[in-house]
Design a protein. Sequence first.
Lengths: 364, 473
Amino acid sequence: MDAVFPFGLSGPTIGYLVLYLFTLVIHVVFMNYVLAGSAYLAVSSIRKEIAGVGKGDESQTSRALCDWMPFALSAAITAGVAPLLFVQILYKRPFYTANLLLFHRWMSILPVLIIGFFLLYLLKARNLSMWPRGIRVLVGVGPFLCIAYTGYAWTENHVLSLREAEWPAFYAAGNMWFQAMELLPRFLLWAFGAIPTMCLLVVWQLRFLERRGQAVSVGDYARLARIALASLVCAAVCAVWYFAARTEGTSQSATASVYRPYAVLFGFGLILETWGWITIAGRGDTRPLSRWVITVGLMASIVGATVLRESIRIAAVDISAMRQLHEKAASVGGLPVFLGFFVINAVLIAWCFRIVRRGVKAPV
Amino acid sequence: MSVPYYPVNDFGPLMHGMIIGGLGILHVFVAQFAIGGGMLLCYFQWLAQTGRLPVARHFLDSYFKALILIGFVIGAVTGVAMWFTTIQISPRTIGMMVDEFHWVWATEWTFFCLEVVAGYAFYRCGSRLSDAARMTLLVLYTFAAWMSLFWINGILSWQLTPGGWTQSQGVWSGFFNPSFFPSLLFRTVVSITIAGLAACVVINTMTPLERAARAALIHHAARPLQFMAAMPILGVWFLWVIPPDSRSWVLGGSAVMTIFMGLAVGASLMIGLYATVGLLRQKLYINGATATLLTALALGATAGGEFVREGVRKPFTIRHELFSNSIRAEEVAALRFAGSVTADPYPLRDAAEYANDQVRLGAKVFRFQCAVCHTLDGMNGLLHLSGSWTTQQKRLNIAKLQYTKACMPPFSGNAVELEALVQLLEWTSADRPASWTLSSDPKTLKEIDAWLDEAGPHPRVRARANEAPVRGN
């Protein structure tokens, strides 16, 4: 396989991989917002408790996050359904096996997510500041703990799915936790990498609020930019840690020539993002150019990172060996119906936004 | 022919099926509430905007909040959980369903997205929108929610009645299978019923609201319950189109199935009678406690119905394609030749606790072929089911398993494995002594081989005229 990814693979495999990666990128955007946003709210609630500041003093960033977090989690879960579907076609056996091996822990993410979901709604309660301190802290920090736990479980599941040789021994031992050197740095790399996405989306939210006549402090933008820059540095450190802890195949696959364009795309995206954030952090306001440069840079880095992440899995599971399964799956009907409804429902979704934009009489 | 082996988890005294059953019932109930809730909201929006029931506007916001908090949160998470749980129970079944219907599932996903966007748009901005805009969002939400039922119903009903798919392997001949429409319409009526009952609960929690206003809302919320009159017809239609063997279990052939079916029908009948006589004819007021009780009864009916729907598929999870124990019909003969667990890479977790290698082999055979529906000595335990059988009877009944009970798949291993399984049962019923004599009499193995040959590798379920001929029948 010398052609640039994904062209060296069979047609059906390319089709499913492209769909998987496309839908995964959508999921990642929402997931980043939820993971990083809940972390921001957790830190914010602890700081408020320490400083003894009332709810009314919180920043616009906290308010925007708090307001949209339940929808974002719902969107993240809904967006996650499609990649979850395609991953089952692409990597059926490793994915199912890791699910089964981690049974107790894996299934525990479901009640944990439900708890996290309801806590996010509680976080919006108007009389939260009147509740006992312990409850306030729990409501503030709980969603992040629940979502981070879910993220860690996914990382664990993913890494275990790549290590077929370890499955029988892991099963025989009946372990509930899978332990590997690369787990923590990999999870932290994702977690820190999620923060710039949240910062950018909040910047867009705040700009939207400003355009609708709400006052947004310059400090909010500058703070978001500083947080994004700091998280990029932390993510870089975790990336070094991850590659130091990885298995040999991991680095070989990620640096292979077939993935080089994506590595370049990733690097290019990071440069754009960094430049944009520095501009905002320095000036404290957001000009359209900075916002759009960061947006383009972020999308480039997310797409690049998602493909590089996949390259590690492709090397570990030998996707060429699954060619027959993918060809068989591709032979079933229904693709035109999916594409047709994809377009129709995308139009209907756009119509929903139009209805709301045109119909709302007061600021959202 | 290579059979994929997956690690099998042990749930102690609980059956695997109970895990998916419990979650499935909750998910189905919540999802149907979300679908029917959308329909009810459209009706109440119409009542409000046409001035027929001004207080309906107040109800809309309260009810939608409940719909969001329950439907979107628990519904969404348990929906994903259904996939995870099905993987835990039978990875091959869900794998095959995904392979055959992934574009249908992907299509359903586009409707999920529309449902979430329309729902949240109404939730966040509904109070500030015009009536026409509110109605549009509600109709889009309801349409998307019902379409998700439409798509998933085709996949689930295909498992029991694959219809023309068995011959053509075409996705649409499998999707629009014989039980598709009765099942879809029945579930639609159930959705409306659940939504109506849940509305009565919500109305009782609304403040401030006078009793007269509550009563007016309740009587309007109860109106859609009239659709329950269609349930008996749809139920009979469903029973008519399902395979004869499945129907016979519901209609007395299996006591458990019949009881659960009776509970579902009885609970639905009680709700229907209360709705017709009490709410619609006598215009009785229903308080929160009674409304909650009726909703709980509807949950019970859903539980009974789902249990029956899952149960009547036996001995298959996908009729004529995959047995309950995730072995394909055409793999049985090969596994009888090579041994069903010869290539199983997963060791026993408690291997040292078994008396000898034969019992260990029996434990692996049990894990691979039986553990999905049975425990050893817990729920649906083999020791209870075969407790009164002699050793020889065990050999015969397991070798001719599909004859012993038509809802059982054929035994898929060789004579050595079957004898190992019998020895596991004997050893376990003898309180698992530290030493156990090996049973290796060639005459016994020859006898088992003969029984396995007599039984053949095919199931004993009767086929309908429009089904694929059941091999060996």
